[in-house]
Write a protein of this length. Structure first.
Length: 106
């Protein structure tokens, strides 16, 4: 990746400035990753194989599902909110936008 990522004023998610297209690519990649890992874990379970690594992968599945929810909400927010207003002078980061709730608040 060259250059700096687009800022909030460039359009996209008002929280992070990522475009809906970029968020869609992350969503698609993460869905495929989760499916691959789930298939792997299911195959091992059918064979009666279980190791500490499997436990870690199971926990990763739960955490990545949460991340997937966040990405989906950011994508929906980016698609509906458009451009985040320019920040006041001196403010470094945009505040959380009300259309981007935490997953447990939805």
């Amino acid at each position: 990746m060259t250059g700096s990522p687009p800022g909030p004023a460039a359009g996209g998610c008002p929280f992070c400035g990522t475009s809906p297209e970029q968020l869609g690519m992350w969503e698609h990649w993460l869905e495929r990753k989760l499916a691959r890992e789930r298939a792997y874990l299911d195959r091992r379970k059918r064979r009666g194989v279980h190791t500490p690594t499997d436990e870690v992968l199971e926990e990763d599945q739960r955490q990545l599902q949460t991340l997937l929810q966040v990405i989906r909400q950011a994508r929906a927010c980016a698609s509906s909110a458009g451009v985040f207003p320019l920040l006041p002078a001196g403010q470094q980061d945009p505040p959380l936008h009300p259309c981007c709730p935490y997953p447990d608040e939805a």
